[in-house]
Design a protein around this ligand. Structure first.
Ligand code: AMP
Length: 386
C-alpha cells in the first residue's frame, strides 16, 4: 500500500495536489475537512457537534475525527493506498493514524509538508473565499485557522521527523513544480521500501516457475520454502540433519524450523528491492508469522497474486511432470498428487480468502503459454508499484 499524508497550513495547496496524486496512484482520498462538511450538509449529530467549531476556525475534537475517519477507512480496506489531506492535525491524531495503519497491516509511506509563508496562505484563502462558498474562507476565520495550525498542528511534524518519513516541499512554487517535487519524494520513498509479493496457486499452476521469472525481472529475491530446506540438508548443518530425519519419517517440517530460515533470508538480504514468497504462507498460522516477520523489517505485503488453473488441467500437468526429469519427489504418484491438491484446498485456500479480505488478491488466469501468463503477472505489478 502507498499511504501519503499531505501536511501544511490552510491554503498550502493540499487539495489541489491531492487531485492528481489520487488519479496517478489510484489512492483513496480522505480529507477530514470534506468528510466534516458532508456530515454538516447531511445534518448528522456529528456534523452538528462540529458546526460551530468549523465556523470559528478551530479544530474539531479528536473524538469526532477518529469516528469519521475510522468509518471511511473500514469501508475502503481494498484501496491501493490512502491519501490523507488535513489529517493528522494534532499529535493525538498522529497516534490514531499509527493505529489505523497497523490495523490494515501497513504504515504511512511518507508525510509531505507543503511549506508556504503565512502571507501566501492568507492571500490564497481570501481569493478562494470569493468562489468557494466556504464560510471559513474569510480573513478573520483564516487567521484563527492559521493560529490553530501553529499551536496544534505544527508540533505534529516532530513525530514524523523522528520516524524519518517527513519531507518538505516549497509550496509557494507553481502547482506544476510542487507536483513535480511531490512525485520525486514518493518515487524515492517507494524505492526505499521493500516490495513484497506472495504468489499463490495450486501445485501445478506454474507459481514456482512464474515466481522465479518475476523475481528476476523485478530484482526481487525468490523465497521458496522447499528449496531452502533442501539447501540446509545439502550444507550439512545441524538443522539440515533434523530436516532430513523429518523427511525420512514422512513428517511435515514444523514452523519452528521454517520460520528461522525465512527470518535469516530477510535479515541477510541487502540491496534487495523486495521478496517474492512461494509456498509460504501455506497455513493461516504462517500468514500471521509472515506479517510479523515483515513488520520487524518495517515492511509489509505489497501484492498478493493467485494463478488460477482448473483442477483437471492441474492433474494433467502434474501427471505429465511426473514422467519427466522435472518430477519432484512429491508428484511421483497419483495418490501423492491428490494429497497435495487436497492439502492446498484445506489449508491454503483459507489463507487466500484472508488476503482477499485484507488486500486485493490479484487473480491471474493461468490457462495459457508460460510467456502469456508471465505477461499477465507483469501487467499487474508494473503499472504503479515498481
Ligand atoms: P480543511 O478543509 O482541511 O481546511 O478543514 C476545514 C475545517 O474542518 C478545519 O478548520 C477544522 O475546523 C476542521 N477539520 C478538518 N480536519 C480536521 C482534523 N483532522 N482535526 C480537527 N479538525 C479538522
Amino acid at each position: 500500500m502507498l499511504n501519503i499524508a499531505l501536511f501544511g497550513p490552510p491554503g498550502a495547496g493540499k487539495g489541489t495536489q491531492s487531485e492528481r496524486l489520487i488519479k496517478e496512484y489510484n489512492l483513496f482520498y480522505i480529507s477530514t475537512g470534506d468528510l466534516l462538511r458532508k456530515e454538516l450538509a447531511e445534518g448528522t449529530p456529528l456534523g452538528e457537534q462540529a458546526r460551530e467549531i468549523i465556523a470559528s476556525g478551530g479544530l474539531v475534537s479528536d473524538e469526532i475525527i477518529v469516528q469519521i475517519i475510522e468509518k471511511t477507512i473500514a469501508e475502503n480496506t481494498q484501496a491501493n493506498g490512502f491519501l490523507f489531506d488535513g489529517f493528522p492535525r494534532t499529535t493525538i491524531q498522529a497516534y490514531i493514524l499509527e493505529g489505523l495503519m497497523i490495523k490494515l497491516n501497513t504504515s504511512l509511506t511518507c508525510l509531505i509538508d507543503l511549506n508556504v509563508p503565512e502571507s501566501v496562505s492568507i492571500e490564497r484563502l481570501v481569493n478562494r473565499g470569493k468562489s468557494s462558498g466556504r464560510s471559513d474562507d474569510n480573513e478573520e476565520v483564516i487567521r484563527n485557522r492559521l493560529r490553530e495550525y501553529k499551536d496544534k498542528t505544527l508540533p505534529v511534524l516532530q513525530f514524523y521527523k523522528d520516524k524519518g518519513v517527513r519531507h518538505k516541499v516549497d509550496a509557494s512554487q507553481s502547482i506544476e513544480d510542487v507536483h513535480h517535487d511531490v512525485l520525486e519524494i514518493i518515487r524515492q520513498e517507494q524505492n526505499k521500501r521493500l516490495f513484497n509479493i506472495v504468489i499463490f496457486g495450486h501445485p501445478g499452476s506454474g507459481r514456482g516457475s512464474q515466481g522465479k521469472a518475476i523475481a528476476e525481472k523485478f530484482g526481487l529475491e525468490y523465497v521458496a520454502t522447499g528449496p531452502m530446506l533442501e539447501e540446509e540438508i545439502k550444507e550439512g548443518t545441524e538443522l539440515g540433519a533434523r530436516i532430513e530425519a523429518l523427511y525420512a519419517s514422512g513428517e511435515l517440517v514444523p514452523d519452528e524450523i521454517v520460520v528461522p530460515l525465512i527470518e535469516k533470508r530477510l535479515k541477510n538480504a541487502e540491496n534487495v528491492r523486495g521478496f517474492i514468497f512461494k509456498g509460504f504462507p501455506r497455513t493461516l498460522v504462517q500468514s500471521y508469522i509472515l506479517e510479523g516477520l515483515l513488520r520487524k523489517h518495517d515492511a509489509s505485503i505489497s501484492k498478493v497474486i493467485e494463478i488460477e488453473v482448473p483442477t483437471l488441467e492441474l492433474i494433467r500437468r502434474l501427471d505429465e511432470r511426473s514422467k519427466t526429469d522435472r518430477c519432484m519427489p512429491y508428484d511421483s504418484s497419483t495418490a501423492k498428487i491428490v494429497k497435495r491438491l487436497q492439502e492446498h484446498e484445506e489449508k491454503t485456500v483459507p489463507v487466500i480468502e484472508k488476503y482477499n479480505q485484507l488486500h486485493e488478491v490479484s487473480k491471474v488466469d493461468g490457462m495459457a503459454e508460460f510467456d502469456v501468463v508471465f505477461q499477465r503477472i507483469v501487467d499487474i505489478i508494473e503499472p504503479r508499484e515498481l
